[in-house]
Design a protein around this ligand. Structure first.
Ligand SMILES: [Zn+2]
Ligand SMILES: [Zn+2]
Ligand SMILES: [Zn+2]
Length: 260
């Protein structure tokens, strides 16, 4: 299975418009963060090609496809309905046109409801369809393993302030963005991971995201072979901040690729 980090930045992205802090003015490409998303090519084959799963459609989705040469997607898993995780959905149209197919979307009932509301032109049959609409099948999922075109996916439910978010485990990889509390009941689903990607917003405490120290503590408990942090603000200057992390934990960056 191959994973590509399409975006590793918080909701505003990095650099932030009008900011002249060290991260926002850094020349290091690892300090340029689009909004969070990952692209996964699994070991399951569809028409002799790897099954392609995207997690979330960020506002930067079109640019992320261009930068990473992503030209086909079979399914999208949604973590939650915040705008930095859903707003790129309209750009699925190009996948529809290139491959003459619908894309399968998976979300819990709250997230699915908000997607139907935000993108009413896709789901409301009475809406004028000029210019084309994304061709998608939206599947509501519950807190139990589900099938994505032959690939088993395990949802992990946790808190992001007042919002309930689904993370996802596929094989020995798990992705837990936008998180500040994982209930005890979910830890058994995270045993034996080879790679974990988890939220670590910034150094200072935050009401709805893990800080770096909180993310380190929970990552030690989960004890994946390798852990990457994501959803970082401009508080994190990649090179300097990386030197302070424990062994086996790194900050992710846009364009990072790894095999699991
Ligand atoms: Zn977010
Ligand atoms: Zn800044
Ligand atoms: Zn969020």
């Amino acid at each position: 299975m191959k994973v590509t980090v399409l975006g590793s930045g918080t909701s505003q992205g990095v650099p932030i418009v009008g900011c002249d802090c060290p991260a926002c003015t850094s020349n290091d490409p690892k300090d340029k963060r689009l909004r969070v998303s990952v692209f996964i090519e699994t070991d399951i084959k569809v028409d002799n090609k790897p099954l392609r799963i995207l997690i979330d459609t960020s506002p930067d989705f079109r640019q992320q496809m261009l930068l990473n040469n992503v030209t086909d997607i079979d399914a999208v898993l949604y973590t939650h309905y915040h705008i930095d995780h859903i707003m790129g959905l309209d750009d699925i149209r190009q996948i529809n046109q290139l491959h003459r197919k619908h894309v399968e979307l998976y979300a819990n009932s709250e997230t699915a409801g908000r997607i139907r509301q935000t993108f009413s032109y896709i789901f409301d049959e009475n809406t004028y369809k000029g210019g084309g609409i994304p061709l998608v099948n939206l599947h509501e999922i519950e807190l139990k393993p589900f099938d994505v075109l032959g690939q088993n996916v395990i949802p992990i439910e946790y808190k992001h302030g007042p919002t309930t978010v689904y993370g996802f485990r596929i094989g020995d990889f798990a992705y837990l963005t936008d998180c500040n509390f994982i209930p005890e009941s979910e830890f058994p689903k995270l045993e034996g991971l080879k790679v974990l990607i988890i939220d670590a917003l910034r150094y200072r405490k935050h009401e709805t995201h893990f800080s770096v120290d909180e993310a380190i503590a929970v990552s030690h408990r989960i004890n994946a072979g390798k852990t990457y942090f994501t959803h970082m603000t401009h508080d994190i200057v990649h090179a300097e901040a990386s030197s302070k992390l424990p062994a086996n934990i790194e900050f992710a960056y846009d364009g990072l690729k790894f095999d699991v």
